[in-house]
Design a protein around this ligand. Structure first.
Ligand code: SF4
Ligand code: SF4
Length: 575
């Protein structure tokens, strides 16, 4: 059988004529492996470079983030799974645009450059190379984030056209790469070295799965063999797309690991950990903070303050490429970084629950949502149970299941009112909700805050009086002034209450609630927009009003499941 070798990544698929390689993005045709969707993009939006993330390259500047769909690996818990695990769902949403048009959009949005990120550039390599050329012709910078599983040909093609790259490592061993569908770790580390030696600004990120500290340490040692100054981002594993919670390290474990790695590399950062101080850049000579940053969602950071000038007060050069700025351009909740993929997952979850399970039908709704810019208002639309149900209705209707959407939404709302009615006339305890760390309040406009109200509590986060994009930790005094009677904490890691209480005491905060033993983990299922929120309302109501006779969370979950089944729907992972 005639086959064509694809050299766009280290898999080097042999693709039969008329068929596709393993990523689905190249087809054997006319004696070669050709791109199936040339010059085609799924996402195109301006975003702060720290959400991609890059921390030492043009800090604070806005770049135009673009993506296609597909990936050459298949990692458990992938944050972009909707684009990578099943690219066929979204190929209908790809928009074909000549490179110069993308460049014009980036310029019009005031961007300093273009970054191909969110999915793997190797699966759209000819498109990426054309876009990089066009960006440079227009005087823009160009970079990408990649898993580095590239092979020599792709690395050589990219090297002269990249100004910056973030290579996302899966670990240091071949076993880690096999788990992600690769053969070995070698190609990724060779990519780091080759691009660094070609003069590209290189940053490295590595996923940290609980119990695999050695992988991170070994990866750091291998990166240090190239240059100990390469910024090294430890990505605390988050169970996106159904990865297991037991794989999530506790914040303390992640902090300890970052400390260990700091003895190997000069610039070590910790992501996905609210309240950490390890997102800030320090002077390598004297340790002063040069850029202070805060947690900003999955894989994201945001600058709060930057040192003015190119030299630290001690005289050492600030270790960044390009100018720094502390300006912050606000981004909608489902815009920037990896958030659009979270928004798309959420909509797909609603569609599936209403019985829109056909991949093509889901793809059409998601494509329309992307084309209309609906993601930019999604957060506001689903911030309450009523708003969520209204969005559910309209997506179900768009997917051709109007009646099923109506029925499901109305059943869900009646379950919620049933719980709420039980707590009517009872006191409304003052609730503080922390995100992972006692001093990091959950944003007051998050759906979880409205769950607290539905469960008969009064969320004092609303009284903090901070902008809804203000990610700075609060002080212990600010929290005490709110007089919270009960504390909930939201944690993706399996952190027990005792550990969180210890963190409260260390931070000198919430002592009254801690003394009364009124500290609880926000029940699972409150993840934004998942249908499990109905069960979570029951769980919170049961804690706040134990004598109200609220249904048990398990009962509510069963009730929701039976409503979903009644309309022919299904609940995907992460309900
Ligand atoms: S880019 Fe896709 S088709 Fe090409 S070698 Fe890699 S996985 Fe195979
Ligand atoms: S390499 Fe990145 S985009 Fe590809 S599957 Fe793994 S985590 Fe997802």
């Amino acid at each position: 059988m005639l086959t064509h070798e694809c050299r766009c990544c280290a898999h080097r698929c042999r693709i039969p004529e008329g068929e596709c390689g393993r990523c689905g993005m190249y087809r054997g045709a006319g004696g070669a492996a050709v791109e199936v969707f040339p010059d085609s993009y799924l996402a195109r939006y301006p975003t702060a470079i720290e959400t991609v993330p890059f921390l030492h390259f043009w800090p604070g500047h806005t770049f135009y983030a673009v993506s296609s769909v597909g990936c050459n690996l298949s990692c458990p818990g992938c944050v972009s799974a909707i684009l990578t695990a099943d690219p066929g769902t979204l190929t209908g949403a790809l928009v074909r645009l000549p490179p110069d048009n993308v460049v014009s959009e980036a310029e019009a949005a005031g961007c300093r450059g273009i970054l191909f990120c969110i999915n793997e550039p190797a699966v759209s390599l000819p498109t990426v190379l054309r876009l990089a050329d066009a960006a440079h012709d227009a005087g823009l910078l160009f970079g990408c984030s990649t898993n580095g599983y590239l092979g020599d040909e792709a690395t050589c093609a990219l090297a002269p056209l990249l100004d910056c790259v973030n290579v996302g490592l899966k670990g240091a061993s071949d076993a880690c790469y096999r788990e992600c569908g690769g053969a070995s770790a070698g190609p990724a580390f060779r990519t780091v070295r080759a691009l660094y030696e070609a003069g590209v600004h290189v940053e490295v990120s590595v996923v940290y799965v609980r119990g695999r500290e050695d992988e991170v340490v070994s990866a750091a040692e291998r990166v240090a063999a190239t240059d100990a100054g390469i910024p090294f981002q430890i990505m605390r594993f988050m169970p996106f797309s159904g990865g297991g919670e037991e794989r999530v390290p506790a914040a303390r474990e992640a902090e300890d690991l970052a400390e260990t790695v700091s003895s190997i590399l000069e610039n070590v950062y910790l992501f996905n950990t609210p309240g950490t101080s390890r997102l800030s850049t320090r002077c390598p000579a004297c340790g002063r903070i040069l850029i202070r940053r805060a947690f900003n969602g999955p894989m994201g950071a945001r600058n709060e303050w930057v040192h003015p000038g190119e030299r630290c007060a001690c005289g050492a050069r600030v270790p960044v490429s390009g100018r720094m700025t502390a300006e912050w351009r606000p981004e909608a909740r489902y815009a920037g970084g990896y958030r659009p993929t979270r928004g798309l997952e959420l909509i797909r979850g609603m569609l599936a629950a209403a019985g829109v399970t056909d991949r093509a039908a889901q793809g059409r709704v998601l494509a329309a949502e992307l084309a209309s810019g609906g993601l930019s208002t999604l957060h506001e639309r689903i911030a309450t149970p009523r708003g969520f149900c209204s969005a559910l209705r309209s997506y179900a209707a768009a997917g051709g299941r109007r009646d099923e959407g109506e029925r499901l939404a109305s059943d869900l709302l009646s379950i919620v009112s049933g719980i709420r009615d039980k707590t009517v006339g009872m006191g409304r305890p003052r609730i503080y909700v922390a995100l992972g760390h006692p001093l990091v309040p959950l944003y007051a406009d998050k759906p979880e805050i409205s769950l607290i109200s539905s469960a008969g509590g009064y969320p004092v986060n609303r009284n903090l009086g901070r902008g809804d994009r203000d990610a700075r930790p609060v002080t212990a005094q600010e929290i005490e002034a709110l007089r919270p009677e009960v504390v909930f904490y939201q944690e993706v890691a399996p952190v027990d209450t005792e550990t969180f209480v210890r963190a409260c005491l260390d931070a000198g905060v919430l002592t009254e609630a801690v003394r009364r033993g009124a500290v609880y983990r926000l029940p699972a299922g409150t993840k934004t927009g998942c249908l499990g929120w109905a069960a979570s309302i029951a769980a919170v109501a049961g804690i706040l009003h134990p004598d109200a006779g609220c249904p048990a969370p398990g009962e509510v979950e069963e009730a929701v499941l039976s409503c979903v089944r009644a309309v022919g729907g299904e609940i995907p992972y992460g309900r």
